[in-house]
Structures are given as structure tokens and as C-alpha cells.
Design a protein around this ligand. Structure first.
Ligand SMILES: Cc1cc2nc3c(=O)[nH]c(=O)nc-3n(C[C@H](O)[C@H](O)[C@H](O)COP(=O)(O)OP(=O)(O)OC[C@H]3O[C@@H](n4cnc5c(N)ncnc54)[C@H](O)[C@@H]3O)c2cc1C
Length: 246
């Protein structure tokens, strides 16, 4: 059953094209919905009820690293750049962002800002609000350029208005983020706890001890089993089961 769907889809490839589309849509009374990777779980990319025509504005064509300032370690991306392309383009230059929501493969850097997303390695690299340094937003009233000043005591921080705005303040077209040089090594360790409560207690103690980890994740038995099976090491899973006696 098809419910309400957009009347049109636009794929602009620059901020100027987004600006022109917004001006046109406003003049026509068209509702515009910015669309990044479409992984939203909050329903904001679905056309609302009503008679106004709906235009889905996909940022997919704006998927490039536009600038990397290695002195300030700030990278500028087209807002439609999906997770793998963000990391790949930075990695080629010796840097990383370190934002890995579970929807990383499909979600976009503009979508992360618009939905104030959290990544699995936010413990070290920060949530998106710590990474988001500034950028460009095309609002119904004109272009908003957010400078990359670290902090200001002169009034509210404009970044806070855009973070988590879910497309309501305008279309984010360029995102400036604080990046990090690639680590020399990165290792992930797994420990098995005998039950959920012990696992919870371990995680609490490790967090409060402020051990400098990038990720700390507690999985229940089902998720652990699923991850192991998805990793495809059937033989190892068998050995592990025997070892854990489950
Ligand atoms: C399997 C799965 C796992 C997930 N895991 C996580 C997780 O670990 N952490 C987490 O925080 N979230 C998670 N999510 C939720 C979702 O992936 C995030 O909210 C993500 O940041 C959305 O990015 P997107 O590019 O897909 O945006 P979309 O889904 O396309 O859009 C999300 C919202 O942002 C707006 N928007 C998108 N791009 C722009 C733009 N350029 N300018 C203005 N507004 C824009 C849209 O209008 C919409 O309101 C998960 C979702 C799924 C399906």
C-alpha cells in the first residue's frame, strides 16, 4: 500500500542550485524535504498530510570533500557525503572523522548534523555536535554561513540551532567538521561477562575510570551471537560456544 509520497525529487549539485530550488519552491507553495541517506527512524523524511505539493531534495550529488585545512584540522564536505566516502576521502590524506553511527554505510554527514547523531566511537572522537564546526545552510530567508569559531560569548551558538533541526531550519549544503590524524594502530578487544548485570557493572566501572577508549559496547547474548555469525567465523563460533559452555 503506497501512502503519501513526494510529487518530485530534485538532485542539486551545488549550494547555488539548492538556493534556486528553495526560492522556486517558496514561490510555488511547495513543501521541501531535505533527504540525506534516508535512514531516518523518526519519520521526518515522510511527506506530511495536506494538499501542498512535496519536493524531496536529495543531497546525493553533493558528496565530495571540498577542502581540508590541515593546520586547523577542519574538513569541509558536501552535505550529502555518506559515511564510507567521508572516511575514504580523509584517509587518503592521513585523517579520519571517527563518526560511526550504525547506519554509517548509508547515512550522510548533513543527515548526522540535522539529526544530532551519535556514533559508536563517540567516546573518543565526540558526538556530531563536538565535530560540527560550521558550514553553510540555505534557509527560506537566505544563506546562513556559520563560521568555524571555537566558541563565543556573544550570544547563542548558531550551530546549536542547526544541530538536530531535522531540516526545519533549511538545507545544510556544506558541513565543516573537526578531523583527527589517523591513529598509528587501532585494536578492538572483546571480553565475555558471565551475565548481563556483571557486564553492566564492568561497563560502568570502565566508563567512570575514564579509560581512554574509543568504543565501549555491551552486547546481550543475542546480539553477540548475531555479530559472530555475521562475521562468518562458524568454526570459531563453535569453539567459543564449547569454551563458554553454552
Ligand atoms: C539501522 C539503523 C541504524 C542507526 N543507527 C544510528 C546510530 O547509531 N546513531 C544515530 O544517531 N542514529 C542512528 N540511526 C538513525 C539515522 O541513521 C540517523 O539519524 C542519521 O544521522 C540520519 O542520516 P541520513 O543522512 O540518513 O538522513 P535522512 O534520514 O535522510 O534525514 C534525517 C533528517 O535530517 C534531515 N536532513 C538530512 N539531510 C539534511 C541536510 N543536508 N540539510 C537539512 N536537513 C537534512 C531530513 O529532512 C530528516 O529530517 C540509525 C538508523 C538505522 C536505520
Amino acid at each position: 500500500e503506497f501512502e503519501r509520497f513526494p510529487d518530485g525529487v530534485a538532485s542539486p549539485s551545488s549550494s547555488e542550485e539548492v538556493r534556486a530550488l528553495l526560492d522556486w519552491a517558496l514561490a510555488q507553495g511547495i513543501t521541501v524535504i531535505p533527504y540525506g541517506g534516508g535512514t531516518s527512524v523518526a519519520g521526518h523524511i515522510n511527506p506530511p498530510e495536506g494538499d501542498a505539493p512535496v519536493l524531496t531534495l536529495s543531497l546525493a550529488a553533493m558528496d565530495q570533500l571540498m577542502d581540508l585545512d590541515t593546520q586547523s584540522q577542519i574538513a569541509t564536505f558536501g552535505a550529502g557525503t555518506p559515511g564510507p566516502k567521508v572516511e575514504q576521502q580523509l584517509r587518503e590524506r592521513g585523517y579520519m572523522l571517527g563518526h560511526f553511527p550504525q547506519s554509517w554505510e548509508l547515512s550522510t554527514i548533513g543527515g548526522w548534523v540535522a539529526s544530532r547523531s551519535s556514533g559508536q566511537q563517540s567516546m573518543r572522537y565526540g558526538r556530531i555536535e563536538q565535530m560540527f564546526a560550521g558550514g553553510r545552510v540555505e534557509t527560506p530567508k537566505g544563506t546562513l554561513t556559520i563560521p568555524t569559531i571555537p566558541a563565543s560569548s556573544a550570544g547563542p551558538d548558531l550551530r546549536e540551532i542547526i544541530l538536530g533541526s531535522e531540516g526545519r531550519m533549511g538545507v545544510i549544503t556544506e558541513v565543516k567538521v573537526r578531523v583527527t590524524p589517523l591513529p598509528e594502530t587501532e585494536t578492538f578487544q572483546v571480553a565475555f561477562a558471565p551475565d548481563w548485570d556483571t557486564g553492566k557493572e564492568l561497563v560502568r566501572q570502565m566508563t567512570q575510570a575514564k579509560i581512554p577508549l574509543s568504543m565501549l559496547r555491551l552486547s546481550n547474548a543475542e546480539e553477540t551471537r548475531t555479530h559472530l555469525m555475521l562475521a562468518g567465523h562458524e568454526k570459531l563460533v563453535g569453539i567459543l560456544h564449547r569454551y563458554l559452555n553454552v
